[in-house]
Design a protein around this ligand. Structure first.
Ligand SMILES: Cc1ncc(COP(=O)(O)O)c(C=O)c1O
Length: 360
C-alpha cells in the first residue's frame, strides 16, 4: 500500500524520546516559550547558519510577522502568482498591496525577468517562494534591487534544508520564513513555524511581535503584536526531527532521480527543478490530469494537486487582480500533478509507480 505521506514510518524510532521530552515539559511546568523553544531556535540557527531564529505559531504567521517587522505603513510586496495561499494572505493581512509575477515556463519558480519590471518606488519587499523544494536564485534578486530600500523575505516553507550554492535557504535573504506543518520536509505534530534573519534589529522586533509586543516582562507591552508563539511541545518534536532532516531530504532526491529516469510516457512533462532542490513535492505536468488521477487510483496510487488554482484565480482575492493574466502559473495549476515522494518509500515502489504511469 503506497501512502502519499507516512509520517509514522519516518518518525517511529523517535517516539520514545518524544515521550520523555513531553513528560519533562509537563514535570517542569514549562509550557509557554519553554526551554525546548530556546533549544529549537538554537538548533535551527545552527542548521540554517543564520544568526537569529524566532519560533512562531505557523508558516502563515511567519510571513505576516516578517512583513510587520519591516515597520512600514504601506507599500507593494512582490510575490509569485503560483504559491500556497498563505503567502498572499499574509501580505494582505499585513496591510500591503500584493503585486503578482508569473513563474517561469515549465518551472515552479518566479520569473526574475518579469519580476524586474514590477519593481517600483512603492516596492517594500519581494517574497520569492521556493515552491516544491526548488530554490529561487535569491542572489540574483539581490542584484536587481541593489541600492534600493527593498527587503527580500524568502518563503522557505517547502524548502527546509535546500541550498543555493553552499548556503542553506534561511540564510540568504534579509528574512526567511518556515512552516513546520506536519507534511513539510521538517514537520511538527500540529502547527508550527519559524523566522530566520541575520539582522539584529529585525530579530528584536520579531521577538516582540510574536509575543503580543512583550519581551521578558509578562504584562508590559511595548508594541502591538500577535500571540504567535511556537508551542513548546511542538518545539520538542522539532528538536528531535531536525536530526533526521538531511537524511530524509537525501532520500527524496534519490526518489526524484528514479522518477526522472523511469517515467518515459510522452504525455508527461517533467518540471524543471533547481540544483539542490529538496523535493517537498515531485510534480509532473500532464494535460489529461483527471484521467491520469483516475487511472492511478485504480492501482491505489495516491496523488496530490499543488495547487489547483493560481493566486489571482482564487475567489477570495480575485478582486485584487482583475484583468491580470499569469499564463505559466495558470498552466501549471491546470496541469500539475504531485506524485508520492515521502522518504519512507522504496526505490522499487517509485519504479512501480513509474511503470504504471508509462502504461497510461
Ligand atoms: C509556500 C508556503 N507558504 C506558507 C505556508 C503556510 O504555512 P502554515 O500552513 O504553517 O501556516 C505554506 C504551508 O502550507 C507553504 O507551503
Amino acid at each position: 500500500m503506497i501512502k502519499f505521506l507516512n509520517i509514522y514510518q519516518n518518525d517511529k524510532n523517535l517516539i520514545g524520546e518524544m515521550k520523555k521530552g513531553i513528560a519533562k515539559i509537563i514535570r517542569n511546568n514549562n509550557f509557554i516559550l519553554g526551554e525546548e523553544v530556546k533549544n529549537f531556535e538554537n538548533n535551527f540557527k545552527n542548521f540554517t547558519g543564520t544568526k537569529y531564529v524566532v519560533g512562531c505559531a505557523n508558516g502563515t504567521d511567519a510571513i505576516f510577522l516578517a512583513l510587520k517587522s519591516l515597520d512600514k505603513k504601506s507599500g507593494e510586496v512582490i510575490l509569485p502568482a503560483m504559491t500556497y495561499i498563505s503567502t498572499v494572505y499574509s501580505v494582505i493581512n499585513a496591510g500591503f498591496k500584493p503585486v503578482l509575477v508569473d513563474i517561469e515556463e515549465n518551472s515552479p519558480l518566479i520569473d526574475l525577468k518579469k519580476l524586474k519590471n514590477k519593481i517600483t518606488n512603492k516596492t517594500i519587499a519581494i517574497i520569492p517562494v521556493h515552491l516544491y523544494g526548488s530554490v529561487v536564485n535569491t542572489k540574483n534578486i539581490k542584484k536587481l534591487i541593489k541600492g534600493k530600500n527593498i527587503k527580500i523575505i524568502d518563503d522557505c516553507s517547502q524548502a527546509h534544508g535546500a541550498k543555493l550554492g553552499k548556503k542553506n535557504v534561511g540564510n540568504i535573504a534579509d528574512i526567511s520564513t518556515f512552516s513546520f506543518y506536519p507534511g513539510k520536509n521538517l514537520g511538527a505534530y500540529g502547527d508550527a513555524g519559524a523566522i530566520t534573519t541575520n539582522n539584529k534589529k529585525i530579530y528584536t522586533r520579531l521577538k516582540l511581535l510574536r509575543n503580543l509586543g512583550s519581551d521578558k516582562n509578562k504584562y508590559l507591552h511595548k508594541i502591538i503584536g500577535n500571540n504567535s508563539r511556537l508551542d513548546t511541545i511542538q518545539a520538542c518534536i522539532l528538536n528531535l526531527k531536525l536530526k533526521l532532516l538531511n537524511k530524509l531530504n537525501k532520500k527524496r532526491v534519490i526518489l526524484a532521480q528514479v522518477y526522472r529516469k523511469e517515467i518515459k510516457n510522452k504525455k508527461i512533462r517533467h518540471l524543471h527543478y533547481s540544483n539542490n532542490s529538496v523535493y517537498h513535492q515531485f510534480v509532473i505536468t500532464i494535460s489529461q490530469r483527471e484521467k491520469l488521477i483516475k487511472y492511478l487510483n485504480k492501482f491505489n496510487i495516491p496523488t496530490g494537486i499543488h495547487y489547483p488554482k493560481a493566486i489571482h484565480q482564487h475567489q477570495s482575492i480575485k478582486k485584487f487582480f482583475i484583468g491580470k493574466r499569469f499564463r505559466n502559473s495558470e498552466k501549471l495549476s491546470k496541469n500539475c500533478l504531485s506524485l508520492p515522494i515521502d522518504p519512507y518509500l522504496k526505490k522499487n515502489q517509485i519504479k512501480k509507480i513509474s511503470k504504471i504511469i508509462n502504461s497510461f
